[in-house]
Design a protein around this ligand. Structure first.
Ligand code: MN
Length: 207
């Protein structure tokens, strides 16, 4: 049986300084993300065990564990790729055009995204997604690792708003963390995800 694995980062832990410190990156990747990977593998194993025994007493707990940990693994895997030490200020080409089409302007999109991130009550994520039902871009406000989002939307650009993502660097000043995020966005990664989502999910839900 295949299992989930912690992905290597394509840059050093210190590469995103001063926006995100090496200490946060190290803890976030090697401890937090690693725990989600272990949790996802654990949930898969326990579900297999439950099927073998025909004992589904803990099914609700196991399904929630799977949703939480697997989503945590997915979210962080995307987040690391969304970031890069140097970036081009804002998107170009077809992604830039789509952002204007669906949000009015890049500034309006950014304001919407920032408000979504800042408004999270507790732990969660803000992200730009491709909605494969409406074939459009949307912003989503994700609670914990898995709640409050549309099924089958494809995350393109994710921002981790859990305290573990910023507290050592920014304490309670979330706005500075969100502002710093925009200077380390890997727009070519977001553009590639947008292109793939638009082409590969076409007709996926409605045939
Ligand atoms: Mn995190």
């Amino acid at each position: 049986m295949t299992s989930y694995k912690l992905p290597e980062l394509s840059y050093d832990y210190s590469a995103l300084e001063p926006s995100i410190s090496a200490r946060i990156m190290e803890l976030h990747h090697s401890k937090h993300h690693a725990a989600y990977v272990a949790g996802a593998n654990g949930a898969i194993e326990q579900l297999a065990e439950a099927r073998e025994k025909g004992d589904f007493t803990n099914i609700n707990k196991l399904q929630k564990d799977l949703a939480f940990h697997l989503s945590g693994h997915i979210n962080h895997s995307i987040f690391w790729k969304n970031l890069a030490p140097t970036n081009s200020d804002r998107p170009e080409g077809e992604l830039a055009a789509a952002i204007i089409e669906f949000f009015g302007s890049f500034e309006a999109f950014q304001a919407h995204f920032n408000a979504t991130a800042m408004g999270i009550q507790g732990s969660g994520w803000a992200f730009l997604a491709w909605d494969s039902m409406g074939e459009r871009l949307i912003v989503e406000q994700l609670y914990d690792q898995q709640s409050n989002i549309a099924t089958a939307s494809v995350p393109l650009l994710m921002l981790d708003m859990w305290e573990h993502a910023f507290y050592l660097d920014y304490q309670n000043v979330k706005a500075d963390y969100v502002k710093a995020f925009w200077s380390i966005v890997n727009w070519s990664d977001v553009q590639a995800r947008f292109h793939d989502a638009g082409t590969k999910t076409k007709g996926l839900l409605l045939g």
